[in-house]
Design a protein around this ligand. Sequence first.
Ligand SMILES: N[C@@H](CCC(=O)N[C@@H](CS)C(=O)NCC(=O)O)C(=O)O
Length: 213
Amino acid sequence: MAIKIYFFGPMDRSGRVRWLLAEMGVAYEDHRLDYQKQEHKSEEYLKINPLGAIPAIEEDGKVLTESGAICVYLADKYQDKQLAPALDSPHRGKFMQWMFMIPASIEPILNDGFKSSQLPEDERNKAFAQIVEKFNPVLDMISDHLGEQDYFIDNKFSAVDVMLASTLNWANNFKLIQDRPNVESYLARMKDREAAQKVGVFLPITPPSKDDE
Ligand SMILES: N[C@@H](CCC(=O)N[C@@H](CS)C(=O)NCC(=O)O)C(=O)O
C-alpha cells in the first residue's frame, strides 16, 4: 500500500517528505487538507495528529508525524537509495545532529520571523534585528560545515539536504541569507534538482489552499 501524505500545498513542510520520496522513486498518495477550512483541526484529522499540524504520513495503518523524524525513517527504510549514512558510518552522527537541529533549533527562529512580519513597522524592525542576530550564528555554522562541498553530509546528497534546503529557502524569503556565496549556490543547486521541481517544494510561498492544485 502506498504511503499516504497529509499536506496543505507543495511548499509547506510536507514538501520535504514528498521531495525525499520523489528522489527515491517511492510512490506515495497525496491527501490534501484545506488550510482555509481548517481541515487540520477537524476531529477526523486530530485523530491522525492531535497537534493539528502537517506533515503526517500513514502507512499500513501506522501514523508518523514530524517532518525530520519522517525523513529519517524513510531514508533508513529505503537504505538502498543511500539518502542516509548507514548506522555504523562515521557520518551518521552529524547526519542525526542536523536532522534534529533544523526543526528543533533553527526553525523556531524562522517562526519568530514569520510572527514579526505581522507586527507594526517599528516593532517589526526591532524584532527582525533580533532574528538576524539569532540567525547569523546558524548561518556561520551552515556555511562553515558546507565549505566548498556540493552536499552537506560527506558531500553526498542525503535527507539532510532535503531538510536544510527547504529551511534555507524559508530563510531566504526573509532575506536572511546575505554574503554567503557557498550557501546561496548550494540552495540554487538544490532548487535545480528534478525531484524538487517535480514536487514544487520551492514554489513561491502563498497562503495554502485547495485552489493551489
Ligand atoms: N515540527 C513540525 C512542525 C509542523 C508544522 O508546524 N506544520 C505547519 C505547516 S508547515 C502546520 O501544520 N501548521 C498548522 C497550524 O499550526 O495550525 C514538523 O517539522 O513537522
